[in-house]
Ligand binder design. Structure first.
Ligand code: PPS
Length: 287
């Protein structure tokens, strides 16, 4: 792996992913596929587990059939790991697929087939905090140290998968035109049952109250952290080096306070207002 970013269609992307860009862009979605899209570190894995549990009526054993990254493949990484393109093509419909691509770079076949999209957004400060820790482990992204430089790069969109600001705003606008369910990480934390119900409804699953509660219980941070099929602990080491810390870090709202200085927070806030002023999207930013 090369710890380098390059620019693809105006977006910063790992060199190891960018080299396969044509195959990603030409990904053939099928009618009925569901795309789970997020900016990195926004609760993707959490939603992967929830969606798989919903699709399998809350059956814990079925959802332990394989690691979460195999049950819901990541379309940008199909050339780097298993499941690869061949396995994904052989998966029965409806497939649930994961991506971090911004709305304008989602492979056109998803829109052509009017696929449902579940989008999860997390407040910017916790996202960059989580991303900083993650990029120490991710072998195809540059070393994120020092933190102050990383924070600046994040504000400029010079981290993997580009600008958080454009990403969250892009899907927010697109939901007026396509079947996109927009969920907030902070809401999932606060009212998990309600959010799980929304996702189930969006997927056309009418589940009894006790199944929804069971799904909420099976997808808590602690439960997933202790579930080897949900905690990404077996993720290929050449891509994710978890020797010093694990994928399931803290799962909290407001952890940014452990990283931002008062001055960094002020600069971030000014820049945030400027970058978000053209959108009606608001976050309940934990202060
Ligand atoms: S990735 O690599 O982009 O797919 O990462 P992603 O899954 O989007 O985000 C990882 C962060 O989500 C936290 N997480 C959870 N929080 C609460 N509850 C549950 N069940 C849960 N599962 C994952 C994970 O710990 C990462 O956040 P941080 O703040 O780093 O702990």
């Amino acid at each position: 792996m090369q710890r380098r970013l390059t620019v693809v269609e105006g977006m910063a992307l790992a060199q190891d992913i960018a080299q396969n860009w044509q195959q990603i862009w030409n990904f053939q979605a099928r009618k009925g596929d569901v795309l789970l899209d997020t900016y990195p570190k926004s609760g993707t894995t959490w939603m992967q587990e929830i969606v798989d549990l919903i699709m399998n009526d809350g059956d814990e054993q079925i959802c332990r059939r394989a690691p979460v990254y195999e049950r819901i493949p990541f379309i940008e990484l199909l050339h780097l790991m298993k499941p690869g393109m061949e396995e994904v093509n052989a998966m029965p419909s409806p497939r649930i697929l994961k991506s971090h691509l911004p709305v304008h770079l989602v492979p056109p076949s998803f829109w052509r087939h009017d696929c449902k999209v579940i989008y999860v957004a997390r407040n910017a400060r916790d996202t960059v905090t989580s991303y900083y820790h993650f990029d120490q482990m991710l072998q195809f992204h540059p070393d994120p140290n020092p933190w102050e430089n990383y924070l600046e790069r994040f504000m400029k969109g010079e981290v993997g998968w580009g600008s958080w600001y454009d990403h969250v705003k892009g899907f927010w606008e697109m939901k007026e035109k396509h079947q996109i369910l927009y969920i907030f990480f902070e809401d999932l934390k606060k009212t998990p049952l309600q959010q799980i119900q929304k996702v189930a409804h969006f997927l056309g699953k009418n589940l009894p109250e006790e199944t929804l509660s069971q799904i909420a219980r099976l997808s808590t941070f602690d439960h997933m952290k202790n579930n080897p099929m949900a905690n990404n602990s077996d993720f290929p080491k050449e891509i994710l080096n978890q020797s010093k810390s694990g994928f399931m870090r803290k799962g909290k709202v407001g952890d940014w306070k452990t990283m931002f200085t008062v001055q960094q927070n002020e600069i971030f806030e000014d820049d945030y207002r400027r970058q978000m002023e053209d959108s009606s999207l608001t976050f309940h930013n934990p202060k």
